[in-house]
Design a protein around this ligand. Structure first.
Ligand code: PAF
Length: 284
């Protein structure tokens, strides 16, 4: 497995693969890889000749009061995970390689980035769209793999790829959970044992809401209230948002008549966690 931080070197390597007719799968990450990332790399491994994992804590998607400096990093561990999952290349650039001081071009998206996480994290999705566009232009992947835990990010990247005519197929992979239901996240590391227990209120409440939808409940406000009440009953949890939105345009819905996304962001102590589920419709 090769590790490179150089855009030019990566372009040359991948150019050679492409000349030989190899397909390329890209798994964009910010490192500190957990089994959720591993599932993306393994899927990419199955579907492509060559697998590239990018590891880059993208400074421009963090707000001024967010956790950029303390975002966990462990290259030795990440290297092991990538090697085990069968990646050919890790692209791990320095910020100066991705953003020279005279970088003036950015990629932004309207509407889809305004609600949910975008409402509380201005500039976040501009940062994500910019770095993902850059990675797509450097790696020219046939397919790129994203987790469904970041549901808004996934919807935005799909739309960006459609609107800007990128030639990359976006593949989404299901949320990977701990045995007790907590969605895997690099940020789970910040939780104390007490907070870790409190965080279970998130997946538990979402599970109850999903069950109600399955039984035929169509009132989105009622469903949202159930999620909110379940999480708020936990003293260490503070809801940032809990929303039921149309899964294609991410606009809030009153009635559950089309596929919807139930999405939450919750502070457990100082740690902000997100989780969600998509509901396609009650069984007929
Ligand atoms: O989901 C993430 O880890 C990041 O937002 C991504 C897609 C790697 C862009 O920095």
């Amino acid at each position: 497995m090769i590790i490179s931080g150089s855009v030019q070197e990566v372009r040359e390597l991948i150019g050679n693969w492409k000349k030989r007719g190899f397909s390329v799968g890209l798994v964009p990450t910010m490192g500190y890889l957990h089994p959720g990332h591993m599932s993306l790399i393994e899927r990419a491994r199955k579907e492509n000749d060559m697998v590239v994992v990018s590891i880059f804590v993208n400074p421009i998607q963090f707000g001024p009061n967010e956790d950029l400096d303390k975002y966990p990093r462990d290259m030795a561990h990440d290297r092991e995970v990538c090697e085990k999952a069968g990646a050919e290349l890790i692209f791990a650039p320095q910020p100066s390689e991705m953003y020279p001081s005279d970088n003036f071009a950015f990629v932004d998206i309207k509407e889809l980035g305004d609600g949910l996480c975008g409402a509380k994290r201005p500039g976040h999705f501009r940062g994500v769209c910019t770095v993902v566009s850059k990675l797509f232009n450097i790696v020219l992947p046939n397919r790129a793999y994203f987790g469904e835990k970041d549901a808004q990010q996934l919807a935005i990247i799909r739309r960006m790829v459609r609107d800007l005519n990128f030639g990359t197929e976006i593949v989404s992979c299901p949320i990977v959970r701990e045995p007790d239901g907590l969605a895997m996240s690099s940020r789970n590391l910040y939780l104390s044992p007490e907070e870790r227990k409190a965080a279970l209120s998130i997946s538990r409440s979402l599970g109850e809401a999903k069950e109600l939808m399955r039984k035929g409940e169509k009132d989105a406000v009622k469903i949202r209230d159930i999620i909110t009440a379940g999480i708020s009953a936990e003293p260490l949890a503070k809801i940032d948002y809990a929303e039921i939105v149309d899964s294609s345009d991410l606009r809030p819905v009153q009635r559950i008549e089309k596929p919807v996304l139930a999405a939450v962001a919750v502070y457990i102590g100082k740690t902000r966690l997100i989780d969600n589920f998509t509901f396609e419709g009650a069984a007929k």
